[in-house]
Design a protein around this ligand. Structure first.
Ligand code: S2G
Ligand code: ZN
Length: 460
């Protein structure tokens, strides 16, 4: 039975949903870890309404789970314990676009692709992009510091947040940095909320920075002969071009995507690994440099074959080999690792991970793909069709300590871009020291003294 808890004093009836299908839809994210069990879903229309809700939640009390596009993969937007889910679907307005500052001031519920299109319509570019950009919200991208496929050239969401309006867990509205390029007036609180996964308060509005679009992009896909040749080829290319994207994917990923999506293989040669390089093909000189490098890498035996896009359409089709992996493997209910090490440590990381996977995942199909240019690898273990999901997850969890120990030994991160949520919460110590975790918990207590903000995420 739904207890109003005072929500009707803040929201109109159509802004509060309690029907079973809405509770299920809004009470989970793409991680689907645990069963959605929220108390209600509310749809605020302003920062002030979010503030009234937070004040009420501190009094009632009840917990709050922020909900954007719900494309998260670590359980950050799951509501499994009678929390009130706060969806930003109704806060989806662009509030201002300033051509001089090249900034967009928008509400948190603006879809990432909407921002990308607004930028393009004004001959500008919003450079954070990933497969889920058609449904993810800017607010959620900021709360998880989303990365994606252009990080190697443009950095993460954090680099593009010029200002934030937040409501803290104690119900205070903070207007942070006001879009300023320079502002040396103490701690930059904006950067605490970026990547906070809704545990400190709500992001209700953002001022996003835009930039000049890249020119004349070409995409090259290379078949790579073995793990050691991946970074040798990458280094050889990096000497001559500043890629806008550098992605790795394994042979099985190509097979599954081409079969699932009915798209052509990049070339006939089968290779164990593939590198996708996107770059600004802005002159004949650049093109011939790239082709010379391709020749040299082939002569070294690092590259087995390759193709360079001759049109925008062909570039898009080559990108699908990488961008369609996630969706093409979802029916295998993959066990996802999202690991990162410094780029200089990728060779030793891949080599030692390869041995570890061989030894400990023998019967499982393992897909390697990810943003190798940022040192970020998504190691996805596919569930055998005849294996119970829980048994499979259990078997994968068992290997985590070995995988995370390897990452820790290399000063890497057990969650490069998907966040901690609940899935990586118990492994935080592999990437953060006890003192760091203690400081983070003190910050959480300061911004959210009653612990109503997204409880159980990041920390127990
Ligand atoms: C990617 C998307 C989610 C996943 O493809 O880069 O971040 O791991 C991922 O499938
Ligand atoms: Zn990724």
């Amino acid at each position: 039975m739904f207890i109003d808890n005072g929500l009707s004093d803040i929201f109109r009836p159509e802004q509060v949903l309690t029907d079973q299908s809405s509770l299920e839809k809004y009470g989970q994210d793409w991680s689907q870890v645990g069963a959605p069990n929220p108390l209600a879903i509310v749809f605020p229309e302003s920062t002030e309404q979010v503030q009234s809700l937070v004040k009420l939640a501190n009094k009632a009390p009840f917990s709050l789970v922020p909900s954007g596009g719900r494309t998260g993969l670590s359980g950050g937007a799951m509501a499994t314990n009678q929390e009130v889910v706060v969806s930003f679907e109704r806060m989806n307005k662009v509030l201002d676009f300033n051509k001089v500052d090249r900034q967009v001031h928008c509400q948190a519920g603006v879809i990432t692709q909407q921002l990308q299109t607004l930028a393009a319509d004004n001959q500008l570019f919003y450079p954070v992009d990933f497969a889920s950009s058609g449904s993810s919200h800017i607010g959620g991208n900021i709360a998880t510091n989303a990365g994606g496929i252009k990080v190697v050239r443009y950095g993460l969401t954090r680099n593009w947040v010029a200002g934030l309006t937040v409501v803290t867990g104690s119900g205070e509205i903070l207007d942070l940095n006001h879009g300023l390029v320079k502002n040396a007036t103490g701690y930059d609180l904006r950067h605490l909320f970026i990547g906070s996964e809704g545990t400190l308060g709500f992001i209700t509005e953002a001022t996003m920075q835009l930039t000049n679009p890249p020119k004349n992009l070409s995409v090259m896909v290379l078949g790579i002969s073995d793990v050691a040749s991946i970074m040798k080829t990458f280094q050889a290319l990096k000497k001559n071009i500043e890629p806008t994207a550098l992605e790795l994917f394994s042979s099985d990923s190509v097979k599954i995507v081409c079969e699932h999506k009915g798209i052509p293989r990049p070339f006939d040669t089968e290779a164990p690994y593939y590198l996708l390089i996107e770059f600004e093909n802005d002159s004949e000189a650049t093109e011939s440099l790239v082709l010379e490098t391709f020749e040299r890498c082939s002569n070294e035996g690092w590259v087995l074959d390759g193709v360079m896009s001759q049109s925008e359409q062909q570039a898009k089709t080559l990108w699908r080999l990488r961008e369609d992996i996630s969706e093409s493997i979802s029916h295998y209910s993959p066990y996802k690792n999202d690991l990162a090490v410094k780029v200089s440590k990728i060779p030793v990381f891949l080599e030692r991970l390869d041995q570890l996977v061989e030894e400990h995942y023998p019967k499982f199909q393992v897909l390697w793909y990810g943003h190798i240019g940022d040192g970020n690898l998504h190691l996805n273990i596919l569930k055998p069709a005849d294996m119970e999901h829980d048994v499979f997850v259990e078997a994968c969890n068992k290997v985590n300590p070995l995988v995370f120990k390897l990452v820790k030994d290399l000063d890497g991160s057990i969650s490069a871009e998907h966040g901690v949520g609940t899935l990586k919460r118990d492994y935080l110590a592999y990437s953060r020291s006890d003192s760091e975790i203690a400081y983070m918990q003190s910050l959480k207590a300061m911004f959210d003294p009653n612990g109503i903000m997204n409880p159980g995420k990041l920390f127990k």
